[in-house]
Design a protein around this ligand. Structure first.
Ligand SMILES: *[C@@H]1O[C@H](CO)[C@@H](O)[C@H](O)[C@H]1NC(C)=O
Length: 370
């Protein structure tokens, strides 16, 4: 009797796996739109861009430790979330090895350091992909895939894919909060966020018209507490005005996703942020096993802000104990905490059930505390 039950269970499991495999042509992959927090190499190929992570010590805790285009020492939040969902890591759009087969197998990451929701954001970086540019590039990717596998299969592929949209901090830090920008005197806090929402809403509606159904938008953290913002305040504390902008942005984006999910057909657009956890981490780093939450691990002597991490910079002793890697970006350890919080908020399940986590060789183990 026991044997029979077991045999039946095995039959059910295998037939589900086989059926499941036959039902979809391929793997579920991701298309990622974002800024430096999600960039995995696009800016490295934008040779005129001033937003670069192409020099040591970027990437020191990732793979072979050489710079790979990520603006951190290890993994991005999107890397960690994708790994936990069983999704392959999509290569950068500008990666020369990208072709139709790679796209069908892994998706594409269009994220670009300095990019924003608005075209004019981050202008001083000279070269970067704004959200609208990234979506334009995605449209080109769709044409490529359609001619490879046909319109019908392509439609299914793009509807089953997962979409991540993670931008917004540059629209504040490298636009609205910089007095040289026209946007800073044309708008107030409320009307600026309204402007961002109109733009984001139109872009996400466009993505829906291109087939995006399963989409996650990541909110902003307490960006008034990044080392660069602190160094601008006389007390060295967090900039409350900047933090309040992040909170208002998150609330407005959450409302926008609820609205889009109820008005766009079959759209499952979700919002999640890790604001509270990061706020707690910054106020009580010890509680989370960190020792420093106000200055960058990679710094250039006493010169602050150093703006970027360069080969002549010195590194903190224990990278796993620093919340911030450079003046702008969280460390691998902080990204892991953020990713776990977002996973809780989104409440999702693994996508490619048969897939194991990404091969260990792809990434060095996260630097755990000693
Ligand atoms: C933003 O840039 C794109 C090109 O990347 C262009 O098509 C679009 O019209 C621009 N949007 C605005 C509001 O200027």
């Amino acid at each position: 009797m026991k044997m029979l039950a077991l045999a039946y269970a095995i039959f059910v499991v295998t037939s589900t796996l086989i059926l499941g495999k036959n039902m979809c042509d391929g793997k579920v992959v991701q298309f990622i739109f974002g800024d430096s927090l999600s960039d995995v190499g696009n800016n490295m190929y934008l040779s005129k861009s001033l937003a670069q992570a192409s020099l040591p010590w970027y990437g020191i805790d990732f793979g072979n430790g050489m710079p790979n285009g990520r603006f951190t020492n290890g993994r991005t939040v999107a890397d960690i979330i994708g790994d936990k969902m069983g999704l392959p890591r999509p290569p950068a759009f500008l990666d020369p090895s990208l072709n139709e087969d790679v796209i069908l197998e892994k998706g594409v990451n269009y994220a670009s350091g300095g990019g924003g929701i608005l075209n004019q954001t981050g202008g001083w970086f000279v070269q970067k992909f704004s959200l609208s540019k990234q979506i334009e590039l995605f449209k080109g990717t769709q044409d490529l895939i359609r001619s490879k596998i046909g319109i019908k299969r392509a439609e299914k592929f793009f509807q089953e894919s997962r979409y991540v949209v993670a931008l917004g901090s540059n629209d504040f830090i490298n636009n609205y909060l910089m007095p040289v920008y026209r946007d800073s005197w044309k708008y107030n806090d409320e009307s600026y966020i309204q402007y961002l929402m109109e733009t984001l809403g139109a872009q996400l509606t466009l993505l829906h018209s291109f087939g995006a159904r399963e989409l996650m938008v990541f909110g902003l953290g307490p960006m008034g507490c990044i080392p660069l913002q602190r160094v601008l305040s006389s007390s060295g504390g967090c900039q409350e005005k900047t933090n309040n902008l992040a909170l208002s942005f998150n609330k407005a984006t959450n409302d926008l996703m609820t609205h889009l999910s109820s008005t766009l057909q079959n759209a499952n657009y979700k919002f999640g942020d890790a604001y509270d956890v990061v706020d707690d981490l910054i106020k009580n780093p010890q509680k989370f096993g960190f020792s420093n939450s106000d200055s960058p691990c990679c710094s250039f002597g006493n010169i602050r802000p150093a703006l970027t991490c360069v080969p002549a910079s010195t590194l903190c002793k224990d990278r796993s104990k620093y919340v911030f890697w450079d003046e702008y970006h969280p460390s691998d350890g902080a990204n892991e905490l953020i990713a776990n919080e977002l996973i809780n908020k989104f409440g999702f399940l693994r996508v490619n059930q048969a897939e194991g986590p990404s091969p260990a060789s792809e990434v060095a183990p996260p630097p755990h505390g000693k």
